[in-house]
Write a protein that binds this ligand. Sequence first.
Ligand code: FES
Length: 168
Amino acid sequence: EFSVNVTLSINGRDHALDIDPRTSLLDACRDHLGLTGSKKGCDHGQCGACTMLVNGRRINACLTLAVMHENDAITTVEGLGTAENLHPMQASFVEHDGYQCGYCTPGQVVSAVGMLGEIGDGWPSHVTKDIKTGTEISGDEIRERMSGNLCRCSAYPNIVDAISAAAG
Ligand code: FES
């Protein structure tokens, strides 16, 4: 089997891999590095369960090849917080019951963190505003910006509440 060497920087750590060049970033993390926090819901870009941050921007890790990310800083849900020291977004999901079965939760949390970063960077925001100045982000804007993350249990109201609270 043909394979290539690739070094990925994930959550601040370099990982050297010898993988089939067709391996997705999601499969590289899950199957080769034991980073199984990112979930595979659909494997074709429709559900957002696999969401990671690449240089701070949200991506569907099932749609991109690991070999394309040698020089990138990748963040997975494992890089946000630990069980003892949750990221504020994770803590807010817990506090607001922002899940039911929990399968989509890692992707939701990573996506929410990326979304707030995008707005903080001054990305166009047609409904609201600058969260860094404390301006509230509306539920409508959260719903639109999180529309790439599906929840089969339909826990959306609590997810929006969790993100609103963390953003405020
Ligand atoms: Fe990647 Fe669904 S598993 S979008």
